[in-house]
Every structure is written in C-alpha cells, then in structure tokens.
Design a protein around this ligand. Structure first.
Ligand code: SF4
Ligand code: FES
Length: 277
C-alpha cells in the first residue's frame, strides 16, 4: 500500500470551499494483462467542487510523475459525455452513482471533504484489463464490423423529405443511436451481457427504411459475433439500463430478439421492411 498526496500535510484543509477538499482514493493498479492487480491508497488535497473526477485523477498523476512514480492509466477523450471512451467503476457503480452520466461528467461537488472513493476498471471477461483502469473494448468494434452500418454510398446529404419516416420510428431510431459504446452495460450485468449495446446498434437501423435491406443479415451476424466474443446472455436484470449514461431502454433488447427470431425463421434476406415488427 502506498500513499501519494498532491500537497503534503497530515491535516485536511479547514475550509474546503476555498482551499479545496481532501479526497481519499482506492485505485486499482495492474501492471499488465497477466499481472496481479491490487487496490492502492492515495490522498489528494485541494480538490475544488467544480473539478471533474478525471481532473482529480490528472492532479494525482501529475503528483505521481513529479515524484518519479508511474502515472495511473485511464481512458478519456471528449470529456463531455459524447465519445464513450471513459469508463470507470466509481465506488461500485459503472460511471458512478448519478443516472444518465458518463465517468467524465462526474463532478466533485457530489463529494464531501474527507470522502473515500473507490475507482476500478470495467470488469468483464470480454473486456480484459490492459493496464490499471484501461480495458480492451475491441470486442465491441468487432461486433460493429459485422453489421453496424448500411452498405450504401450515401453521397452528399439528401433532402430531408426524400425518404419519409414516421415520427415514432424516427424517435425510436434516434434514441437507440445515442449509444456511445462505452461498455458500462456489460460491466454492470452479472452475466457480462452485451445485449443492450448490440440491441441499440441493431434497432437504430431496424426502425429506418435505410436499414431495411440488411435488416435480417445484420441481426444474425451481430448476434453471432456477440456470442463468439464470450459475452453472456441477457436474463433481464436491468442493470444495464440503470447504468447506461444514455439511458438506452431494454425495450431494444426485446426488439433485437424479435429481429433475430424473424431472420432465423423466415430467412435473413426475406426481412426487408423497416419500422415496427
Ligand atoms: S447501451 Fe449504454 S451503457 Fe451500453 S455501450 Fe451503449 S451507451 Fe454504453
Ligand atoms: S471521455 Fe468521452 S464520453 Fe467520457
């Protein structure tokens, strides 16, 4: 167990509002894929309420580097809830305790001076840990490559009314399309199921006429790849929906199942209409 502090001192600052908070951290450190991991304790001082959790990790890393220690590896990119790159289990909950937010959107104002926060990576067999808090989510990319697209050259943007789409179909497609591929649904599921992610990617096209020509083949191929990656099956726990930062509905899983059954029953190339079932 080691201890690191952004500013040394045994007592916490008296005025957390101006001097910032002292936060204790238990962070998963793991040198590599095959290495044995463990929690390491750190303490950081001067954390302002306006900071994000990731900014606090940046401060901790700067301090570790200054001391010649190895920085803690973690993923992030946009830091505004768009890209899906970040993903940590924060005090036991994927993306933290607040619904509808990504890890990068966690603000320190939800914590009190002296709080302890546990930070660990998403844990699932198909998401092996690369180092510290970084996991390999390439399994999602391989599933996407099996059908998460439409095979047409779209050219320039068409006129908005060239293909008419009923409002409810457009809304359902848009809701599914907000999935950012973060993988929290897998991390939260006791079966490590990727059903919410895959169902969102299948549904977003199944509701639209543009997705209709490949509708059956898409469902069969993406689900086959999901199974081959080692993700578990869905048993309706609903944990995925609870942690999803984009609040993707598990109704999409029901739709994915209907897509699969139809394609398997009548033949992948005979499922051509779009929209409902
Ligand atoms: S369904 Fe939600 S939790 Fe799962 S990958 Fe998409 S955005 Fe992330
Ligand atoms: S870093 Fe892009 S969603 Fe968090």
């Amino acid at each position: 167990m080691s201890d690191s502090s952004a500013s040394k001192g045994s007592s916490a600052p008296k005025d957390a509002a101006t001097k910032g908070m002292t936060i204790h951290l238990k962070i998963w450190r793991q040198a590599g894929r095959q290495a044995q991991g463990r929690f390491v304790d750190y303490t950081v001082h001067g954390i302002q309420q306006e900071m994000s959790l990731l900014e606090m990790l940046d401060i901790l890393n700067e301090d570790l580097i200054r001391k010649g220690d190895e920085a803690i590896e973690f993923d992030s990119d946009c830091r505004e809830g768009i890209c899906g790159t970040c993903g940590l289990v924060v005090s036991g909950v994927a993306h933290g305790k607040h619904a509808g937010t990504t890890t990068c959107e966690i603000r320190m104002r939800q914590y009190q001076d002296g709080d302890t926060i546990t930070v660990e990576p998403f844990r699932a067999g198909p998401f092996p840990i690369i180092k510290d808090l970084v996991v390999d989510r390439e399994a999602f990319d391989r599933i996407q490559r099996k059908g998460g697209f439409i095979s047409t050259n779209v050219g320039s943007a068409p006129d908005g009314n060239a293909v008419l789409v009923p409002k409810d179909c457009a809304d359902n497609a848009m809701d599914a399309a907000t999935c950012i591929g973060c993988g929290a649904c897998v991390a939260a599921c006791p079966n490590a199921s990727a059903s919410l992610f895959v169902s969102a990617k299948i549904s977003q096209f199944a509701w639209l006429p543009q997705g209709a020509p490949e509708r059956g083949r898409r469902a069969l191929a993406m689900i086959a790849q999901m199974d081959s990656e080692g993700f578990g099956d869905c048993s309706n726990h609903g944990e995925c929906e609870a942690v999803c930062p984009k609040q993707i509905s598990i109704q999409n899983i029901a739709k994915m199942r209907r897509e699969y059954i139809k394609a398997a029953w009548v033949g992948a190339d005979k499922v051509r209409s779009s929209g409902g079932d």
